[in-house]
Design a protein around this ligand. Sequence first.
Ligand SMILES: C[S@@+](CC[C@H](N)C(=O)[O-])C[C@H]1O[C@@H](n2cnc3c(N)ncnc32)[C@H](O)[C@@H]1O
Length: 247
Amino acid sequence: MCFDTEVIGNATLYHGDALEILPALQGGFAAVLCDPPYCSGGVTVAEKARDTSSKYQSSEHKGLYPEFAGDARDQRSFLTWSMLWLGRARALAAPGALIAVFSDWRQLPTTTDALQCAGWVWRGIIPWDKTESSRPQKGRYRHQAEFVIWGTNGARPFAGPIAPGAFRMPIPRPKHHMAGKPVALMEGLLMPVEGAVLDPFMGSGTVGLACAARGLPYVGIEFERAYFEIAKARLKQWRSDCPAETT
Ligand SMILES: C[S@@+](CC[C@H](N)C(=O)[O-])C[C@H]1O[C@@H](n2cnc3c(N)ncnc32)[C@H](O)[C@@H]1O
């Protein structure tokens, strides 16, 4: 099958559906690090079907970012879909490879189920404390944390660098994606990784930038053309800003 692909240094970016592209890739990845759509905005079918900016943006920020794909599934189809992509990603992972998947509080139980159903060994949860940059709620607690569910593809030897088990850093401003994450957070998560990294939900290419900073080969997949182009532009910019790192 032929896919729309861009190679930038040791990063390869694919435009299309991860479920279709994953089976066509070569295996041997040292890690899967990704931030899939959470499908957690809204409770009813009608609320879930709204566009992502209506679900996740306040009215003054609406229109600031392109909409993103895959966020309207109900709970049963989210579980099934998560099992499918997690299984396809595991088929590409080296023995002992790490997986780290972002989730929010609503999807934490479903995502830990899906990870294990797909054959990964679930090993822990890493909180990302977004600091007081997160949305306040009068008379309630802030939604201040997101979570990274991590595991391995079977046994993994106790060897190599030690990475933190929690991160505290603000949401990046300006963001390049409606759900954009800090590059420094991804770099922290990559600390114990030596080898190629697979990211089936690339968004604006944040994991790709962290891989570039670490000199790790990267494969990213993004369904939305607008975000594929943003990721391409960010990686190209990184290469022109850091020519010494790009030989
Ligand atoms: C939460 S966002 C990732 C944001 C990213 N962490 C960043 O900092 O820019 C998830 C991305 O996955 C993409 N996506 C959703 N379903 C997809 C699929 N089946 N295949 C590839 N990409 C998909 C969405 O369009 C969205 O851009």
